[in-house]
Design a protein around this ligand. Sequence first.
Ligand code: SPV
Ligand code: MG
Length: 432
Amino acid sequence: MKTVYMCFSTDVIHSGHLAIIDKAAAYGELMIGVLSDEAVSSYKRFPLLSYEERTNIIAHINGVAKVVPQEKLSYAENLRKWKPDYVVHGDDWREGFQKPIREEVLSVLGEYGGELIEFPYANNQNYLQLEQNARYQLSIPDIRRGRLRKLIDMKQTITAIEAHSGITGLIAEKTTVLQDGRTYQFDAMWVSSLCDSTAKGKPDIELVDMSSRLRTIDDIMEVTTKPIILDGDTGGLIEHFVYNVKTLERIGVSAVIIEDKTGLKKNSLFGTEVEQSQDSIEHFCRKIAAGKRAQKTKEFMIIARIESLILERGMEDALERAFAFVKAGADGIMIHSRKEDPAEIFEFVEKFRAEDKSTPLVVVPTAFHAVTEQEFKDRDVNIIIYANQLTRSGFPAMKKTAETILRNHRAKEADEMCMSIKEILTLIPDEE
Ligand code: SPV
Ligand code: MG
């Protein structure tokens, strides 16, 4: 009896899948590789059904003889392990994102004489509609809100990139890179006070008020599904913070990070070059506790951000604050530093983790940008935020274009820096 291998990532099984399973099973004993939750969420979208549920459903489909896990988008490991006579796939992967995966499959099959069988891909409107509905589900506030915690549970260490508009939200949502048989995407979005203010041409001093920040969040939410972490600055007055917590969780934001500063807030990366005052432990604990009491859902997170290293108040102060803030109810701790050398961040993480193994830790490696995600993961850091890189790369590109047009008194020379008109017109497809 010949053996046949197919990989499945789907959580919305439809008759198109059943038809291809029937065809594949006609070639021999059919084994299905079910893609792990991590692989599905970094390749397509967060799965609506977990790996276990998807495995169970697929195992009960007529014609499926065996179900095995497939950890990566790459088939190589499973093909070398099981050596199926045939791999079956739709012909849609000949072009586009999955092309290198297909080429690798052909090469591994070549190692032992296996064969690839491709069926014409069924681009059925009903199936596309099903996938669109699944994506829409993920953007519903009640479903989006809890996904930050789920992602941390699933991956231990997740990444977020800043978004300050619909288009930067789309970049955070859709950018995917294929590397070594794995796909990479950002897990979440950070709505930075610096970038939201900068986009409005204003300084990062809590001048852009919450109504305006909510407008930005809504623009992002309209076109994305990934969880949102809001940079909540100081959280403002306790009396205002409790209202804002309820608003944020109602609209589906997953977490707010508030920093232990008071008075006129300036951006942390100024450090001690400008006057900034740190809040007292007692007052900031009251703010956290009031926020937690106001919260209505169990998934929303209030994360406390410690500015002691930024303000050069020392490691002991930072740690004392961290433990006090957790005791007051904080769901996570963000430790910040503006030193390129990550030593003080690593020291904080090590000392914090010696006493607290579970509270999520957050870092913003803008200054200590040489540290890799793996190094943070090895130290049990849970959220890595790329806080401002889209803003810092986007605006210089626009400035250069404006200067080029001024210098040449026409637009021709700037054209090579620009996306083509066709690309910009089709960048955002019409909603069906
Ligand atoms: C932001 O992105 O607005 C932040 C992080 O608060 S930092 O700019 O490093 O203070
Ligand atoms: Mg900020």
